[in-house]
Write a protein that binds this ligand. Structure first.
Ligand code: UDP
Length: 570
């Protein structure tokens, strides 16, 4: 049966975002697309890969429907560039930084080419010799990873990604690099490295030394010699102190990630993409897409049959993206085609839980999220195996080394932030809880414009506890908790990022990571402004113990400018 497409209504925010950044424009800069024509452009470009197969026409329709209805949205570069001359469709890249002038400036050049097309880049600076190490050719001393990172930062600042997306970078340094203390403290000055997220790559050996209260070795990358030892606990406390101050550096658990490397025969992970959800080998890229879980609750239950159909189509879609992608440089094309990684994620997890009446921070919330994620991954894996039977497994697959069944894609799932695509789909971003339920905007003449979460408004009206006065009170207090007009059940279900305990944020990340996320997860562990350094420490230790591959903590109000505010007074 043909779907009823007249139902798709975009919010004002979605229309604005689309018109500004996604719709193609004429010479005067006026949008020449609508959501419907954009979806046809994208669906047709990606389905064209199979145009000669008997299933070709069906794919075109399936792809169109799932995007148009926002059951699944690919990452922004795909929505912007599919079917256009640019044709670069991926969000994530990791580029190697070799320890030579040539290597460093090659990485900067390659990064610039990636940013120009809307992709984000991750770099590990761990191979660079430390500050003051000797440079044979000039008989001088090296300036070290941080001084070079500043050049990467300046290059990014200059390239504005065609006006659509700002360049984003992840900078990684191993905890056993001699310059680690400089790296940890580098972003204390909040005016530096603004185009970078910095993360310390933490090893198992380091975590063991923290536990035992011992020293650990710093190793000069150029000579592989131990140059010094540091007290692991002191370094750990410093990372914690700075993360407590302003959320940076983040941590990446590099050994945990490498234990899950699906193609160790090709090398080791050194870095992730900018938001941390995708571990990639040097020169790999990955295209992402998210299933909108908000769309899969029917009469208070998850519609697994429809979810299966969409996940199958989305897996086929993301695999096809690899074949019609225009890669920025040949090295990336070569590596990406070897492993054919895709990153299927989720968004609207909180919307789904709200519709089920389950609190995000509860055991039931975690079980439900884990069950859905596991289901998505199993369906994606089965589909990837099915495609492999027709089109062949990813070329690097080696049955002697890789113990899993032959499949088309070396990695299938990761959970991205969905910073923009969740605005288009009008749902909670990625696997995050909503940040606020009622927001106030002070508009002209002292008027207050009150914006209420759509689920909360529907339920409050249906159950008869909606009033403008209550909404105003919720906005002022920044939480639904403690308002006696709101039934206790809904206070729990509508707990937001700040109301959910840090340990429940981490437990959710762990539940998702251990239930079907191949790569990693972009998630923030929100802490109240009053949280202590001990609480940050506990978050890191718990995240590590749960098998998370990285962690970002953020203490409310700890940055000079905070992007999201529960009380928007602009
Ligand atoms: N990204 C980027 N620049 C941006 C936003 C995102 O390069 O301005 C990359 C980055 O690798 C990030 C990934 O895109 O990890 C996914 O981000 P998100 O899910 O927020 O992107 P969306 O598709 O919603 O725009």
């Amino acid at each position: 049966m043909a779907p009823d497409l007249t139902k798709q209504v975009l919010t004002n925010t979605a229309e604005t975002v689309l018109a500004r950044r996604y719709y193609m424009k004429d010479a005067e800069g006026n949008p020449v697309e609508t959501w419907e024509t954009l979806c046809h452009r994208v669906a047709n470009a990606i389905a064209d890969v199979d145009k000669d197969s008997p299933n070709g026409e069906n794919l075109r329709e399936d792809f169109f429907n799932m995007i148009y209805r926002m059951d699944f949205l690919p990452n922004s570069p795909c929505l912007m560039n599919a079917g256009t001359d640019l044709g670069q469709l991926s969000a994530c890249f990791v580029l190697p930084v070799e320890d030579s002038m040539d290597g460093i400036f090659t990485a900067i050049r390659n990064g610039a080419l990636v940013h120009k097309t809307g992709g984000g880049t991750g770099y590990s600076f761990s191979r660079l010799r430390s500050k003051n190490a000797s440079v044979r050719s000039t008989q001088g001393v090296a300036s070290g990873p941080l001084s070079f990172a500043a050049v990467f930062d300046a290059a990014t600042e200059t390239i504005k990604q065609g006006g659509k997306r700002r360049g984003a970078n992840m900078g990684v340094l191993r905890v056993d690099h001699p310059d680690i203390m400089d790296f940890i403290t580098a972003k204390q000055d909040q005016n530096r490295f603004n185009n970078f997220n910095f993360s310390v790559a933490i090893t198992d050996a380091f975590m063991k030394a923290v536990e035992d209260g011992t020293e650990y070795d710093l190793i000069e990358p150029s000579s592989k010699q131990v140059v010094r030892s540091l007290e692991a606990r002191e370094v750990f406390e410093k990372i914690i102190d700075l993360a407590w101050h302003n959320g940076e550096p983040g941590v990446l658990f590099i050994d945990t990630a490498n234990k899950a490397n699906m193609t160790p025969q090709l090398g080791e992970f050194e870095a992730t993409n900018p938001c941390g959800e995708q571990w990639l080998l040097p020169y790999e890229s990955c295209n992402l897409g998210s299933i909108n879980l908000a769309n899969f609750v029917e009469k208070g239950k998850i519609d697994y049959d429809r979810l299966k159909t969409i996940v199958e189509s989305a897996t086929a879609f993301l695999d096809n993206v690899i074949d019609c992608n225009r890669f920025p440089i040949p090295e990336i094309e070569k590596m990406t085609l070897q492993t054919r990684k895709i990153g299927m994620g989720i968004m609207g997890l909180h919307d789904m839980l709200i519709q089920l009446g389950v609190p995000y921070g509860s055991e039931e919330g975690r079980e439900t999220a884990g069950e859905v994620m596991r289901f998505i991954r199993d369906v994606a894996a089965a589909q990837s195996e099915k495609v492999a039977a027709v089109k062949g497994p990813f070329p690097a697959y080696d049955a002697k080394v890789n113990t899993y069944p032959a499949r088309r894609n070396a990695a299938l799932t990761s959970i991205q932030p969905t910073g923009t695509v969740s605005m288009i789909a009008d749902c909670a971003s990625g696997c995050e809880p909503y940040f606020s339920i009622v927001m106030v905007k002070n508009v002209m003449d002292g008027d207050r414009l009150i914006m209420v979460n759509k689920h909360f408004e529907r339920i409050a009206r249906a159950e008869g506890f909606y009033s403008d006065e209550l909404m105003s009170k919720v906005a002022d207090s920044g939480t639904v908790i403690g308002h006696k007009e709101i039934p206790a059940k809904w206070q729990e279900v509508f707990r937001t990022a700040q109301d959910i305990r840090p340990e429940d944020h981490i437990a959710m990340q762990g539940a998702l990571q251990n239930n079907g996320v191949d790569s990693s997860i972009s998630k923030t562990i929100n802490l109240p402004n009053s949280a202590s350094r001990e609480e940050v420490k506990l978050s890191y230790i718990t995240g590590y113990q749960l098998g998370c591959k990285g962690l970002t903590v953020y203490r409310d109000g700890s940055r000079d400018s905070q992007v999201l505010n529960t009380k928007d007074t602009s």
